[in-house]
Design a protein around this ligand. Sequence first.
Ligand code: HEC
Ligand code: HEC
Ligand code: HEC
Ligand code: HEC
Ligand code: HEC
Ligand code: HEC
Ligand code: HEC
Ligand code: HEC
Length: 407
Amino acid sequence: MKFFMLVGVLALVLATLHGGKSDDASKSDVSLSVDQSLYAGSEKCASCHKDYSETWKTSAHNKMIRPPILSGPDQTVFADFSKPSEFRPFELKDVKWVIGHRWKQRFIGVVNGEEVVFPAQWSIKEAKWQPYTGKADWWYPLHPDWKTRSNFKLCAGCHSTGVDTKTQTWKELNITCESCHGPGKAHSLKPAVENIVNPARLSTERSVEVCLSCHQAGKPGGDELAWPAGFSPGKKLADYWKGFAPEGKQTSEFWTNGTAHKNRVQGNTFLQSKMHFAGLQCSSCHDSHGSRHTSMTLKSATTNALCLTCHGPGKQVGPNYVSITEHTHHAPNSTGSQCISCHMAKTGENSVGAESRDHTFNFVSPAVSIGDKNVSKKDPNSCNLCHADKTAEWALATTKKWYPKLK
Ligand code: HEC
Ligand code: HEC
Ligand code: HEC
Ligand code: HEC
Ligand code: HEC
Ligand code: HEC
Ligand code: HEC
Ligand code: HEC
């Protein structure tokens, strides 16, 4: 009970501080309860929309939070619990839920009657245990002791559907149909376009916000929760969530130059990009229902097919070149000729550094890595992430030669 009173007070304080305006994420704390009876569940949707559900089922969105399964086709635990680790005060038998499958795995167990996140994670790339301190998160000072890091307060809203923090229950695990289409019981009973949210029919802004509600680092109005409780597709995200923006210095989310410093900042970085201002959305490049390409892209990014849908010689948005080498200065089949190598450099740390792709789509000049007062020495750039054995000065000199017009 105490918790909810505190939340109420915080909401009031915030409302006073911000004059009760609706665009400052102040509403989030009043929506701890969700009417779960409005949800139908993905099995129901699948009974009429088979094509969408088949691909979604095998997509990452349906692999986020699962019970521990050690082997077989449904295996969920990739971490090696036989490897001892000083960071890991828990065993496999203590694990109720496994979170993640691609870059890293974290684990949830029950402590003092509450689901909490354990303080060690498994790096899939490096096949080793790492401490999970939470120190980089804004909520760390409120939860220095991992035993108070509640799944329902800090995580569940972005990893499950129809989450109710009051009863600490969800309607369905994972990012399901109704995470992006809103509750669909009424639609399932009497299908019509009016009683279900189709992001394609929303304004560009509202549509992107469906994805941003999970893929944009930020903070709700109060301090109790770490996800935008109360938001659902079609609503205005700013009423529930304030996304972090670059501050011109290195932060947990950004490098000095505004590129991704960690994972889960696709939204924060995309909002800075020219493509966002030109009206593109996440779904201009990603198939939300899953695809056969890495990261559910509509076409392959490694063959350049995705980018060349809109870009390339003769296209209005450039770049103009006769052979690809003329623009990339690398052999046609080189990884150095992939658009994403330079325009979506892996600047972001996930379980290890250089694992998550920047979504500003800017070419990150080697100039950002050369020491000067305003630029952090550690800012990675598009060239040296591959040419790690060369200096930033070498890369800058080459870049200037290749791209004389570069600012
Ligand atoms: C009983 C069958 C049935 C079920 C169950 C069902 N749908 Fe539908 N859905 C339809 C039909 C039929 C249409 C087309 C309606 C029309 O064009 O008037 C539709 C249309 C849609 C659309 C497109 C709306 C648009 O703007 O064009 C979406 C999105 C959608 N459904 C999602 C869902 C989701 C999510 C669920 C589960 C919560 C679901 N449906 C459950 C039959 C169903
Ligand atoms: C991660 C978000 C997300 C999830 C999960 C998701 N969808 Fe969608 N869905 C979208 C978006 C965005 C669109 C519109 C643009 C597009 O088609 O990519 C859409 C469009 C649709 C449409 C309408 C297609 C049309 O012709 O306009 C249907 C039907 C649909 N989804 C059904 C489903 C069903 C059924 C599920 C679950 C099995 C599901 N979706 C899961 C985001 C999602
Ligand atoms: C309710 C939260 C939520 C929403 C809404 C959501 N996502 Fe996600 N998304 C996630 C989580 C969590 C993961 C990580 C899943 C995993 O690793 O198992 C993810 C993963 C992804 C990935 C990586 C897929 C891969 O194969 O590794 C892409 C791409 C993506 N989301 C795009 C989108 C787009 C586009 C939208 C909006 C149409 C969207 N997401 C909406 C939570 C969400
Ligand atoms: C605001 C939404 C949000 C919150 C809150 C959130 N996550 Fe996530 N998380 C995501 C999204 C979106 C992704 C996938 C995109 C990415 O990693 O770049 C993700 C990725 C992850 C991954 C990596 C998944 C993989 O397949 O490798 C793990 C592990 C994870 N989150 C654990 C947690 C834990 C534990 C908490 C709570 C302490 C938490 N997250 C809170 C949205 C969220
Ligand atoms: C112009 C195309 C484009 C747009 C727009 C775009 N993405 Fe991506 N995204 C990509 C490509 C390409 C990859 C990497 C594919 C690969 O590695 O083969 C990617 C990777 C990802 C990943 C995997 C994790 C990572 O960091 O590498 C996630 C999650 C993701 N995008 C989410 C989003 C979200 C959410 C939005 C909207 C805010 C968005 N993307 C907008 C092209 C795009
Ligand atoms: C659906 C069409 C579409 C796709 C797909 C697409 N782009 Fe774009 N891109 C655009 C448009 C439109 C602009 C805006 C041009 C402008 O306003 O000057 C743009 C702008 C850009 C710019 C900024 C150019 C400048 O003048 O600064 C870069 C860089 C870029 N795109 C890279 C990419 C990459 C890399 C991919 C593949 C991952 C990609 N784009 C995929 C349509 C697209
Ligand atoms: C080796 C690195 C590299 C690769 C690979 C690369 N680019 Fe570029 N690109 C650059 C640089 C450097 C600039 C100039 C940067 C600027 O002006 O911001 C640039 C500029 C651009 C621009 C805007 C200026 C113009 O010429 O119209 C677009 C659009 C663009 N690139 C798209 C692409 C696409 C599409 C691909 C894949 C076919 C690609 N780039 C591959 C480095 C690269
Ligand atoms: C995705 C990785 C990747 C990126 C990003 C990349 N390169 Fe390369 N680069 C390569 C590879 C691989 C080769 C080997 C030759 C080839 O494939 O063209 C190469 C070759 C070179 C060479 C000729 C051989 C040498 O080492 O002297 C130069 C010079 C070079 N790159 C400079 C750059 C510069 C400058 C940038 C940034 C604008 C850049 N590269 C970005 C992968 C990359």
